[in-house]
Write a protein that binds this ligand. Structure first.
Ligand code: ATP
Ligand code: MG
Length: 181
């Protein structure tokens, strides 16, 4: 698997100031009260990796991800997210131990993507993960509603939820079809 090193966010949704989350080995938990920005953080992660749907980021248009201001602060004009990966085992097809992707969006719609500080297209970032054989599903972000679904489902259904991303489900479906013939 591909290890995340750090995620730096500024001007993105509720994160006006720059914050950096460092990921250690194993599982990282993010906790905080309602409205503190946990979901915004996972959305920043999806956005920098190429998310193109404003709706799936809970917005009407992409500009809604830029810090819109609060009681004490005026709105900002730019959102930026920087994600660093540990690429020691060359999971990404780039001959570097560390890979950095960066995405910026300005009010007015102008945007920028950088791969190791070089300007690229958004598509190049998306392709980087696809070309590496990691596929778009190699990062699984499970949203709040789905966690509940997993907890509340029957064991058989829960197994299916796991089998699907694991690629087992398609074999099962084929087996069923073969048995019916
Ligand atoms: P919960 O535990 O309820 O799921 P959460 O920690 O996931 O909460 P988020 O949904 O990440 O919280 O954060 C919601 C907050 O982010 C709201 O207060 C909302 O006003 C703020 N927010 C969203 N978009 C922006 C924006 N563009 N500018 C400023 N604040 C924003
Ligand atoms: Mg949330």
């Amino acid at each position: 698997f591909l290890a995340l090193k750090s995620l730096q966010i500024s001007g993105f949704k509720s994160f006006a100031d720059s914050i950096t989350v460092h990921f250690d080995q194993g599982i990282t938990g993010i906790v905080g009260p309602n409205g503190s920005g946990k979901s915004n953080l996972t959305e920043a992660l999806r956005w920098v990796m190429g998310e193109q749907s404003a709706k799936s980021l809970r917005g009407g248009k992409m500009e809604d991800i830029i810090f819109a201001g609060s009681d004490s602060r005026p709105p900002l004009n730019r959102a930026e997210v920087i994600l660093k990966f540990d690429n020691h085992d060359r999971q990404l097809n780039i001959d570097r131990d560390e890979v950095e992707i960066r995405r910026r969006l300005f009010r007015g719609g102008e945007s920028e993507c950088l791969l190791n500080n070089q300007k690229v297209r958004l598509k190049d970032i998306v392709d980087l993960f696809l070309d590496s054989g990691l596929g778009k599903n190699s990062f699984s972000i499970i949203s709040q509603g789905n966690v509940e679904k997993i907890f509340n489902s029957k064991p058989v259904d829960r197994r299916f939820i796991i089998e699907e991303p694991a690629g087992v489900a398609s074999f099962k479906i084929k087996k069923q079809q073969a048995q019916q013939q």
